[in-house]
Design a protein around this ligand. Structure first.
Ligand code: ADP
Ligand code: ZN
Length: 752
């Protein structure tokens, strides 16, 4: 990770942080003083008296807070620095496994690292509804041992259904549906003792996964990699491994072996995926490998299911969780393996609320619970690559694609020599290549990383560009929705027919391409082809998107027009050509990771071509074929690219060879944000004392979002600097109006 949450230190043994003092007792008798951390924004744990029957360290409890009752966790012994007579009692201990010390330290360390108040960290760890509800029960039905007084057709159906499923129990609805009878038939059998009615907890354990079912026959390379990971799990010592392998080389096969090893050792495993749309395909794969589905954790999961995951993980009755970054905060009892798939993916960085990078937090949690951490990618982040170079991470490489599949042939199309009419983006060269593939019955992908119809809507009469009312951002036309949309705040408005500025009629024009416009062009160029568009904003639900992806994989489309969404790990076996419409797109702009991002994205997209027996080709339209990044992409010299990029960043002292933090000041009042920014810049003593430098204040690249003016400061410091304590000291005196907000972004990934 860029700088692990133990600044300036190599990954060493856990528990070196400031958090661990003398060991806490693990049980508190009735009336004993305990300190309880709640999710309320108070800053620090408060003292309470242990309830009747006592409580454990880590117990989830309900406590009074002013007139309210809130949920908290017993964080340690009471401090006793408050008037004893005024200390109130814990109301009750909740029905949940106590939080383990490992998770407590994780929250503390993550809070220290990201400069987040502990209550906000605890909120991340308690994101399951109904935690304070009494354990809810439900009635289930199973086969009894008495025969009914009289057999009817309907009754026989019920008994047969129950016999067929052995000892399994069903809810009333499940059973009557299964047998095709009304629920009164089941009730009748209960009266006779032929069917038993029982109360069981509603949150059912997950069906066991069988690690000993046969997996794939691994190739020698895959087998060696799996062996190395399994040895790590058997050693039960924290270790991070970068699993680098070209797309289709079998990284998933390999880390599923590590999952199997963790399960055999009765340990839990967690697999993080960057995109919800990827989970469906992955769950199916897990089911095929282990005979049952694992738990799923992401924003698309129902509240009831979330609570079940949270509770069962805490009771050790859920062996494998597949999920989004927040799954890292689940109360695992014995976590042996954390896999971060597509570890380079920028969506691992949470950009809202608590600003954390799940990849780095996975390494932190792994270090605290002695787990194996596997970072898998075809195009690792420079951070992970550098950590592997430095020997902090182990590295495993899979250099060939599995089976017949070979890496696609990559070529540039020099756009300076192509002749294109205005407002056309598919060059004649690319057009011919697509036609050939479609004629051969294969699929082609046209890739453009821009959602919507056109990035800019301009008035031809006055030059006005339609912008968002709340942000300093242009509105993007979404023709399928017949609306303009702001990609910063999500605000939409109907497409105006007159210019909002000069009121000229019918003079608004789309400028530049988005995927929707590209679809139009493709329809005109390839009238006989079936064309599908894949863009994250075009699907109402994850389910609809999943269905569309499955259809495309089955050959329902000849040409796919897509954004970044298609670059992420979907398997389209018949896809043999990838045409990148604008390979230069990501190279513009001043982001320090622009080269890295372009390199990763282009390699990932190109990797979509030719996954099965048919060889693939990737064509990159570019106006600068001699650009070093484009050359590196084409030549496939990944190590060369990383080395050059590392040398450049090292020279500039920027991550991962230096430290950075962004300070975002925002307010409805622009002057206030600037005044506080200037004050901070003048009083930069704490930062200079730590060897760092402050840049700014400057308006953020998008200076207004959702009606709030945004000002940024950037802090740069040498690699070993103790940045967080310095930042904390520096911003502590800041006071602003009720409208004012200050956010610290450690290791910022985006600079908007
Ligand atoms: P990656 O995760 O590196 O992209 P996958 O693990 O998804 O690669 O493998 C790519 C494809 O090849 C998948 O369909 C997978 O099932 C198949 N595959 C990989 N290794 C093997 C193997 N040893 N035996 C059979 N199929 C394999
Ligand atoms: Zn907006």
């Amino acid at each position: 990770m860029p700088e692990t949450p133990r600044p300036g230190r190599d990954p060493g043994p856990p528990n070196q942080g400031p958090s661990v003092t003398s060991p806490s007792p693990s049980f508190f008798d009735t009336g004993a003083l305990v300190s309880v951390l709640t999710t309320q924004p108070l800053g620090r744990p408060l003292d309470y008296k242990a309830p009747e029957g006592g409580c454990h360290l880590g117990s989830f409890v309900e406590v009074p807070l002013g007139p309210r009752k809130v949920i908290g966790v017993v964080w340690g012994p009471g401090k006793g620095d408050y008037d004893l007579a005024k200390i109130r009692s814990v109301i009750r201990v909740l029905d949940a496994a106590p939080m383990r010390e490992e998770l407590q330290s994780f929250l503390k360390r993550a809070a220290d690292y990201t400069l987040t108040p502990l209550p906000a960290m605890l909120r991340l760890a308690t994101r399951a509804p109904g935690l304070s509800n009494p354990p809810s029960m439900q009635k289930v039905y199973r086969l009894g041992d008495r025969a009914p007084d009289r057999e009817t057709k309907a009754r026989t159906k019920v008994l047969e259904a129950l016999r067929e499923y052995g000892g399994l129990a069903f809810t009333l609805k499940e059973l009557s549906d299964l047998a095709g009878v009304t629920s009164s038939v089941v009730k009748g059998l209960v009266k006779q003792g032929a069917v038993l009615e029982e109360d069981t907890p509603r949150d059912a354990p997950y069906p066991p996964l069988d690690p000993n079912l046969a997996g794939a026959d691994l190739t020698p390379d895959q087998s060696a990699a799996a062996q190395a990971l399994n040895d790590g799990i058997r050693n039960a010592r924290f270790k991070t491994t970068l699993l680098r392998g070209v797309t289709g080389s079998g990284k998933t096969e390999v880390y599923l072996e590590a999952v199997a090893e963790a399960l055999r050792r009765k340990q839990q495993a967690l697999v993080l995926l960057p995109e919800i749309a990827l989970t469906a395909e992955f769950l199916t794969r897990v089911e095929a490998r282990f005979g049952a589905r694992p738990a799923e954790w992401h924003s698309g999961v129902t509240m009831t299911e979330r609570r079940r995951v949270w509770k069962m993980v805490g009771q050790g009755r859920c062996q494998l969780v597949v999920g989004a970054r927040s799954a890292l905060f689940l109360p695992f009892q014995d976590l042996g393996l954390i896999v971060v798939d597509e570890e380079h993916d920028t969506s691992y960085k949470q950009e809202d609320g608590v600003l954390y990078n799940a990849r780095d937090m996975a390494v932190l949690r792994g270090s605290l619970c002695e787990a194996q951490v596997v970072l898998a990618s075809a195009t690792p982040s420079l951070e992970s690559w550098a950590n592997a170079e430095a020997g902090k991470y182990a590295r495993l490489d899979l250099d060939t694609r599995f089976g017949e599949a070979v890496m696609p042939d990559l070529r540039a199309i020099d756009m300076r020599t192509e002749r294109l009419p205005a407002s056309r983006w598919i060059s004649p060269n690319l057009q011919r290549a697509v036609e050939a593939r479609v004629q051969a019955g294969e699929q082609a992908l046209l890739f453009l990383n821009r959602r919507g119809y056109a990035p800019v809507t301009i008035c031809r009469a006055c030059g006005h560009q339609v912008g968002c009312d709340h942000c300093d951002a242009r509105m993007v036309e979404h023709r399928f929705l017949k609306r303009l949309m702001c990609h910063q705040c999500g605000e939409t408005k109907p497409m105006p027919s007159v210019c909002p500025s000069c009121e000229a009629e019918d003079r608004l024009a789309a400028v530049g391409p988005g995927v929707e416009r590209l679809t139009e062009e493709a329809q005109a160029l390839f009238p006989d082809a079936r064309i599908a568009t894949l863009s994250s904003d075009m699907f109402g639900s994850a389910r609809a998107l999943k269905a569309q992806i499955a259809e495309i994989a089955e050959g329902e489309a000849d040409i796919i027009v897509g954004t970044q969404l298609v670059a992420k790990g979907h398997n389209f076996p018949n896809l043999t050509l990838v045409g990148v419409i604008d390979a230069d797109l990501g190279l513009q702009g001043s982001d320090l990771r622009a080269a890295e991002r372009t390199f990763q994205l282009m390699r990932q997209v190109a990797g979509r071509a030719g996954r099965a027996e048919k060889p693939g080709q990737a064509l990159l339209q570019t106006f600068q074929p001699e650009h070093p990044v484009i050359r590196a992409i084409l030549s496939g010299d990944e190590e060369g690219f990383w080395r050059a990029e590392a040398a450049e960043r090292s020279h500039a002292g920027v991550p991962p060879f230096g430290r950075m933090a962004g300070i975002i000041l925002s307010s409805t009042d622009m002057q206030e944000a600037f005044d506080i920014g200037n004050l901070l810049a003048r009083n930069d003593g704490p930062i200079r004392a730590a060897g760092g430098q402050v840049f700014g204040p400057a308006p953020a690249p998008i200076a207004r979002v959702r009606g709030r003016h945004r000002v940024r400061l950037l802090v740069k410091a040498p690699k070993g600097a103790a940045l967080q304590p310095a930042l904390a000291k520096w911003v502590a005196p800041v006071k602003g109006s009720a409208q004012f907000r200050l956010a610290v972004d450690i290791d910022p990934q985006s600079f908007y």
